[in-house]
Design a binder for this molecule. Sequence first.
Ligand code: NAP
Length: 293
Amino acid sequence: MTAQIIDGKAIALKIREEVAAEVARRKSNGKEPPVLATVLVGDRTDSLSYVTSKGKACQELGMGSISQHLPENAAQAEVEDLVKQLNADPKVNGILVQLPMPGHIDEERVLSLISFEKDVDGFSPVNIGRLAQKGRQPLFTPCTPSGCIYLLDEVGVKIEGTNAVVLGRSNIVGMPVALLLISRNATVTVCHSRTRDIASIVRQADILIAAIGRMEMVRGDWIKPGAAVIDVGINEKPDPTKKKGYRLVGDVNFDEAVEAAGWLTPVPGGVGPMTIAMLMKNTLRAAQLQQGE
Ligand code: NAP
């Protein structure tokens, strides 16, 4: 079997076009464009590049963005005051606090302050709590996990009744994607660093979501023939033929998996582009909800 490659770049582009069209339609009806505020604390270059891309995406889609950058040594109170100020600002529809924050900042306290109506990253306790409870609906779900589910839906993979295996249990990817799969009536097994014999668990998976940050750990013979494989991992593999000296690969050995899976996301070009697309979708939704639409 040769897997169908899931083109996350094209699917994300389609979402962005839909969001841009809706933003333009609302503007033509006299509405203000949705505004996303990002909060960055410190100088991590990866975080800086993520918030820059998010601001750029807002611009490209006709939305507004406010970028707040506090120094590495910012005090907890300063970060909290900034979030409270953004909560109170009626021009701001969505707030995204870029993680991780410097070690001295209590992230949980900061996230818990974000008004859940503006929590476009879906990480505030109210939104995550609602996601975890049967019959409750979060206003927003985290972007990378929702991007994974969107990809499965888009290519027509059935989720209900399947065995899904999630590798990783982080707050950002593994746990929320597992909750989303459960809410879609999959039977979910979550594996982590203490799980024994991961390969044999993965072999049961109709749907596999790999989010462990371990380069090409999932081998082709772990994959149930025909399974849908979503590779969230982003790892730098040394490659002297590249200008940077490395290329990006996932948590799944692509060349092997492509021979076994039914569907497979590439890295890059799979889940990666979906994260910002889902954030843009959430920011538009925040504006719609706040304006009673
Ligand atoms: P993380 O916070 O480091 O969590 C990694 C998870 O994997 C943990 O639950 C850990 O288990 C588990 N794990 C680590 N090594 C393992 C092993 N050998 N066997 C089994 N489980 C193992 O990572 P993350 O933030 O979730 O990110 C995961 C990957 O996704 C990274 O490569 C990251 O770059 C990528 N990512 C991509 C996007 C995107 O937009 N495409 C977004 C976010 C993250 P324990 O809990 O037991 O420690």
